[in-house]
Design a protein around this ligand. Structure first.
Ligand code: DC
Length: 229
C-alpha cells in the first residue's frame, strides 16, 4: 500500500510523514532528499546550477540510494552517507535548480516508482507523489498552512539553532518558493486528484499525525467490512 503526502515547505510534512510511517510500520521515502543529494553532487562538482544540461549530466553520473536498514532511511551519495549535509542552505538552494530540470525529474520519478514496487508498504513525501508518481495510491494527503504560519515555524526553528532571523524575509522567500513550485512545467506542486487536504495552520504535529492515521484506519476498516460481505 502506498500513502502519499504532498505539500509546500513549512507545513510539517517531513516530521508528519515520518511519524505516520512509524505508526503504521511502513517504509518512509523522503523524495526531497533525492533532489537535495543531486544538488549536493552538483555543488561538489562545481557545475553551473543555472545549466540544466550540466545538472542532468551530474544526475546521470551519481548514485543516490537509501539505506533501508536505518529509520528513517539513510541517504547515500555514491555510497557516502550524506543525510546530515542535505538540510544546509547550499544543498537546499541547489535542490531548487535540480527540481526544475525535466530530465532529472523523469529519472527520479522512475526511481521512486521502483522503490514503491520493491518496498510494498510505503509512506512517500514530496510535491508530486500523489499527482504524478503514484496517482493510484491507496491514500493521498495534501498538507497546507498559511504562509505566515509557515514563516513563523521556520523562524522559530532557526532561532532555536541560535540564528538571528528576519521573519518578513523568510515569508518573502516562502511565497517566492511556492510560486516557483506551482508554476514549474514538470511535476508542479498541486493538490492531487482525490487527496485529503489537511490545513495544519492551527494544529500541532501530533494532531496532524492523528488525523491522517485515523483516516487510514477508518478506510482500512471499511475495506475489510466490504471484503467480508
Ligand atoms: O521537501 P524538500 O524541501 O526536502 O525538497 C527539496 C527540494 O526538492 C525543493 O526545492 C522541492 C523539490 N522537490 C520536488 O520538486 N519534488 C519532490 N517530489 C520533492 C522535492
Amino acid at each position: 500500500m502506498v500513502i502519499t503526502i504532498d505539500g509546500p515547505a513549512g507545513t510539517g510534512k517531513s516530521t508528519v510523514s515520518r511519524a505516520v510511517a512509524e505508526r503504521l510500520g511502513f517504509n518512509f521515502l523522503d523524495t526531497g532528499a533525492m533532489y537535495r543529494a543531486i544538488g549536493l553532487a552538483a555543488l561538489r562538482r562545481q557545475v553551473s546550477l543555472q545549466s540544466p544540461r550540466e545538472l542532468a549530466f551530474v544526475a546521470d553520473h551519481c548514485r543516490v540510494e537509501f539505506d533501508w536498514s536505518k529509520s528513517p532511511p539513510g541517504v547515500l551519495l555514491n555510497g557516502e552517507p550524506v543525510g546530515h549535509l542535505l538540510r544546509a542552505m547550499e544543498a537546499t538552494d541547489a535542490a531548487k535548480y535540480v527540481a526544475q530540470v525535466p530530465a532529472i525529474r523523469a529519472k527520479l520519478v522512475e526511481e521512486q516508482r521502483r522503490i514503491g514496487r520493491e518496498h510494498g508498504n510505503l509512506v512517500t513525501e514530496g510535491r508530486d507523489q500523489g499527482s504524478v508518481v503514484f496517482p493510484d495510491a491507496a491514500y493521498k494527503f495534501y498538507l497546507t498552512a498559511s504562509p505566515e504560519e509557515r514563516a513563523h515555524r521556520r523562524a522559530r526553528e532557526l532561532r532555536a539553532r541560535g540564528e538571528i532571523v528576519d521573519e518578513k524575509e523568510i515569508l518573502r522567500q516562502i511565497m517566492d518558493r511556492d510560486e516557483r513550485d506551482r508554476s514549474r512545467l514538470v511535476g508542479p506542486l498541486a493538490i492531487p486528484d482525490g487527496a485529503d487536504v489537511v490545513d495544519t495552520t492551527s494544529l500541532s504535529m501530533d494532531q496532524v499525525v492523528e488525523r491522517i492515521v485515523s483516516r487510514i484506519e477508518v478506510g482500512a476498516g471499511k475495506r475489510e467490512a466490504r471484503s467480508q460481505t
